[in-house]
Design a protein around this ligand. Structure first.
Ligand SMILES: C[S@@+](CC[C@H](N)C(=O)[O-])C[C@H]1O[C@@H](n2cnc3c(N)ncnc32)[C@H](O)[C@@H]1O
Length: 261
């Protein structure tokens, strides 16, 4: 069993399910409306430890999941919702060892998921045209992994002119005009490689679909993912009253080659 160490992040969850993300520091304290807990009470303890605040409230200490981190991390650009990240990873068939070209990096939410999915035998080259977004993403990546993993290359620039290197397996885009990137993607992707983009509106989906078909991509598909959470308590078991009705569409297409050799 690995125990919490100084410098690590811990997620504290109270009885009502409220979640607090805390970075542990020897001598530090977490303050809530129900009193405080010292970091020293968490450091050296295993995950699942129950803690009492000075006000008598119980908190459970666990390591944050990727989604816990994404929902709490600082953002500049709008991040992709976890349900859409899940859909992108499967729709684009991101696998361990894959070489992925991504843009725009934005706040780095999708980048974190891609880096984890491809693992150390893969590579993610991520472009953002705005350096303030790239540097926010870098800070988030460092905060999540403790460093920038050596299989992630964060670059500033326009992805339409990207030089990602040979044998790109996947091009994954979250930016407003992905059709401008289709010619570059066609050159960069190996035959059989997958182009995937995330878009909020229907006209954008039409335009990128036409661009992909025009460039000879096959299997061009668009999906939308709706997630409905449920309230489950005693006899009251029903869908929650509110849900996120719309975020975006995921469009994918498969390259048959045809770009630069
Ligand atoms: C909605 S954000 C991406 C959010 C990101 N997927 C996340 O989960 O945090 C869109 C980003 O695309 C960048 N961008 C727009 N056009 C671009 C281009 N042609 N090349 C590279 N980045 C671009 C913007 O600067 C912005 O940071």
């Amino acid at each position: 069993v690995t125990v919490f160490e100084p410098g690590e992040r811990v997620l504290l969850v109270d009885r009502k399910g409220r979640r607090y993300l805390v970075t542990l520091k020897a001598g530090g304290a977490f303050h809530s409306h129900a009193g405080l807990v010292t970091h020293d009470a968490i450091i050296g303890a295993p995950e699942g430890t129950k803690l009492q605040t000075t006000g008598g409230q119980t908190l459970i200490a666990v390591r944050p999941t990727l989604v816990d981190f994404i929902l709490k991390m600082p953002r500049g650009a709008q991040v992709i919702y976890p349900k859409d990240i899940a859909s992108i990873l499967i729709s684009a068939d991101v696998f361990p060892g894959a070489m992925v070209l991504e843009a725009g990096t934005g706040s780095g939410a999708l980048t974190l998921a891609l880096v984890r999915a491809v693992g150390p035998s893969g590579r993610v080259v991520s472009y953002d045209i705005r350096d303030e977004h790239a540097s926010k993403a870098r800070t988030n990546v460092e905060s999540f992994f403790g460093r920038v993993p050596d299989w992630l290359d964060l670059r500033i620039g326009d992805v339409s002119a990207a030089e990602p290197g040979p044998e790109v397996d996947r091009v994954i885009l979250d930016l407003p005009e992905p059709w401008r990137v289709v010619p570059r993607a066609l050159d960069a992707l190996r035959p059989g490689g997958i182009f995937c983009c995330y878009l909020p509106t229907v006209p954008q989906v039409s335009q990128v679909t036409e661009a992909l078909r025009g460039a000879g991509f096959t299997d061009v598909t668009t999906t939308e993912t709706l997630v409905r959470t449920w309230h489950v308590e005693g006899q009251s078991v029903r869908p929650d009253h509110r849900m996120v009705a719309h975020t975006g569409f995921v469009t994918t297409g498969r390259s048959l080659g045809g770009g630069e050799p």
